[in-house]
Design a protein around this ligand. Structure first.
Ligand code: HEC
Length: 166
């Protein structure tokens, strides 16, 4: 029976194809393979890297409550153009505290957190160079926030601002 022999041949061929497809599918299912883990940073982060959604929400609330948005821009959130835009604050702050200008100023911060705190509580310790419409004016950033903002609002505000530009 040449016919049945022929059929058997086809059946094996089909089985082989099916097996091949199954293998290919398994290989493609590689999405379940573990993601390569990120290399740890060369130096351990000295500052908290995670800020909770609660803190961000509370920080944004304080930002609006104390009128920061009247002078500062944050993409998608605030559009002030008197003081520096805060979109890249974390990176900007790192550069500022490392700069010769900052080191020869009255600024005493050595961390981004400390720099943001100082910017709010003691704004004249260091006056940022560039504002949207020219050199930053000294004394325009509100000088007495330290008497207005509660400790918990301040912490949330700093926590929130530290998420910008990281
Ligand atoms: C009346 C306008 C005005 C208001 C309101 C204001 N700022 Fe400012 N802010 C400025 C100006 C101008 C500067 C730049 C001059 C300086 O460094 O003092 C500045 C600087 C800063 C800096 C440093 C920015 C950088 O790039 O290094 C931070 C941080 C900051 N302000 C946060 C705030 C927060 C938070 C509030 C609200 C609690 C606020 N500011 C309210 C005008 C304002």
């Amino acid at each position: 029976m040449t016919n049945s022999k022929h059929h058997t041949g086809i059946r094996y061929t089909l089985l082989a194809i099916a097996a091949g497809v199954a293998l290919a599918l398994t290989a493609c299912g590689g999405g379940s393979a573990p993601e390569p883990t990120q290399a740890p940073p060369a130096t351990p982060a000295a500052e908290p890297t995670k800020v909770s959604a609660d803190v961000v929400a509370k920080g944004k609330e304080a930002f609006n409550k104390y009128g920061c948005q009247a002078c500062h821009a944050i993409q998608g959130f605030a559009e002030g153009a008197v003081g520096p835009a805060l979109n890249n604050l974390y990176t900007d702050a790192q550069q500022i505290i490392a700069s010769a200008e900052y080191k020869s100023s009255e600024g005493k911060a050595t961390t981004v957190e400390g720099y943001i705190r100082e910017s709010i509580l003691n704004p004249n310790a260091f006056v940022v160079a560039q504002c949207p419409t020219g050199p930053c004016p000294k004394g325009v950033m509100i000088q007495n926030f330290k008497d207005q903002i509660s400790e918990s609002e301040l912490e949330a505000l700093i926590g929130y601002l530290m998420t910008l530009g990281r």
